[in-house]
Design a binder for this molecule. Structure first.
Ligand code: SF4
Ligand code: SF4
Length: 351
C-alpha cells in the first residue's frame, strides 16, 4: 500500500477509536480521501478517452484486472449506496442529481457481477467526464455525512430490515459475485463502514488504477521516439515508470498533469511551431516555458540536454545518457548536470 496513505489510514483509525480524538479522526479521514481523490482527478484530466476502457491486466486476479472507468464507477456506486441508503437514509446521488442519465451507465449496480469483456463493453459506454462529476458529487456528499457524525454514531448497526431494503433497491446484483455485499455491509457498524468502503476500499482501487495507468503508459511508449520535446530522455527519466511520453496521448509528465489543459507547454509549443523539439528552436537559450520555468529545478538540465541534442543529435545524446547512468547513481538529471545550462552542456560534452 502507498506508504503515505497507509500511515494516514492507520492514524485515522486510531484517532476515530477514541472519543477525545474522534473529530480529529474525521478530519484525517477527509484529508486522506482528498489525497486519494487527487489521483483520480489527475488520471481523468490527463488520460485519453480510450484509456478508460482498456484492460491491460485482463485475466489477472486482483483489482487491477478491471478498467479505469469501471474502478471509478465501482468505488463511488458502493459509496453512494452505503452512505445514503444505509447511513443517511436518504436518496442516492445517482438518482437525486440526475447522474444516471448523464453518466450513461447501462446498470445501477456496483458492477461486481461483471467480468471480462463485459467490463470493457460497460466501460466503453460510460461518459467519463460525467462519471468523474458523479464521483466528485458522491465524495462531497459523503464528506458532509461524515462531518455530521458524532462519536456514539460509530456503534450504530444495521439489521435485517436494512438488508431487505438493499435487496429491494436493485442496486446490488443478485449474481453470486455481488449479492454477498449486502450481508457484508449489514454485518458492520458505522465505524466498520468508514473503514470499508469509505477509506481502505478507495485506496485499494486507486492503487489498482495506478497500476493500470502505468501499464498503459509503458505500452504507449513502445516504439516511440524516446527524446522528449524539452530535451529529456524518456528512457532515462525518473518519471518513466508512470509517464507515457509527451509524444503520445499518454503524456503525464509533471508539467502536463499540472497544466489546465493536461498538456505539456513545451510539447504544445513545439507542435504549434511544427518542430521536433525545443532543440530546433532559436529561442531555446532564453525560453522560460514549461520545463524551462526558472523555478523548476530541472529547467537548466533540460536546456543543457536540448542544447547538446542541437549540437550532436539524438543518437549521441542517448549514448551520453547511458554513460552517465553507468557512471553515476542518480534519479534526476539535474543532480549531475547542475543548475547552469552552460555548465550542464560542458558536463555532457565531457562524458
Ligand atoms: S516526463 Fe518527459 S522525459 Fe520523462 S517520461 Fe515523461 S515525457 Fe519523457
Ligand atoms: S519557445 Fe520555448 S517551448 Fe517553444 S519551442 Fe522554443 S524552446 Fe521550446
Amino acid at each position: 500500500m502507498d506508504k503515505n496513505w497507509s500511515e494516514m489510514n492507520k492514524e485515522m483509525q486510531t484517532l476515530l477509536s477514541r472519543k477525545a480524538t474522534f473529530q480529529e479522526g474525521i478530519e484525517k479521514l477527509l484529508a486522506l480521501r482528498e489525497d486519494v481523490f487527487e489521483q483520480i482527478t489527475q488520471i481523468v484530466m490527463t488520460f485519453p478517452e480510450d484509456a478508460f476502457y482498456q484492460m491491460p491486466f485482463a485475466g489477472a486476479s486482483g483489482y487491477h484486472s478491471k478498467t479505469l472507468a469501471y474502478s471509478i464507477w465501482h468505488i463511488f456506486r458502493i459509496e453512494d449506496i452505503v452512505a445514503h441508503e444505509m447511513i443517511a437514509g436518504d436518496k442516492q446521488v445517482l438518482f437525486e442529481q440526475g447522474f444516471r442519465e448523464t453518466v450513461n451507465s447501462p446498470i445501477i449496480t456496483t458492477g461486481n457481477e461483471l467480468s471480462g469483456d463485459d467490463i470493457t463493453e460497460f466501460s466503453r459506454q460510460l461518459n467519463v467526464r460525467e462519471l468523474y462529476r458523479y464521483a466528485q458529487a458522491v465524495m462531497q456528499s459523503t464528506n458532509q455525512i461524515l462531518t455530521r457524525l458524532e462519536y456514539p454514531d460509530l456503534k450504530r448497526k444495521f439489521g435485517d430490515e436494512m438488508a431487505d431494503k438493499l435487496r429491494q433497491s436493485g442496486c446490488v446484483s443478485e449474481d453470486e459475485n455481488a449479492f454477498w455485499l449486502i450481508d457484508y455491509w449489514c454485518g458492520k457498524d458505522v465505524l466498520g463502514l468508514i473503514r470499508m468502503p469509505f477509506s481502505r476500499h478507495w485506496i485499494m482501487h486507486v492503487e489498482a488504477m495506478r497500476r493500470i495507468k502505468n501499464k498503459l503508459c509503458s505500452l504507449a511508449r513502445k516504439g516511440v521516439d524516446p527524446v522528449a520535446y524539452c530535451g529529456f530522455s524518456c528512457n532515462h527519466c525518473f518519471l518513466g515508470a508512470w509517464c507515457g511520453s509527451c509524444r503520445t496521448a499518454y503524456n503525464t509528465c509533471s508539467f502536463a498533469t499540472t497544466s489546465p489543459d493536461g498538456k505539456c507547454p513545451n510539447a504544445v509549443c513545439c507542435q504549434a511551431k511544427g518542430i521536433d523539439g525545443c532543440f530546433e528552436c532559436g529561442l531555446l537559450e532564453d525560453c522560460e516555458k514549461g520545463f524551462y520555468t526558472p523555478t523548476n529545478d530541472g529547467a537548466n538540465a533540460a536546456k543543457a540536454q536540448a542544447l547538446y541534442i542541437r549540437k550532436y543529435g539524438k543518437k549521441e545524446f542517448l549514448k551520453v545518457q547511458d554513460r552517465l547512468h553507468q557512471k553515476y547513481d542518480f534519479a534526476k538529471t539535474q543532480e549531475i548536470l547542475g543548475y547552469d545550462y552552460r555548465e550542464g552542456l560542458r558536463i555532457l560534452e565531457e562524458n
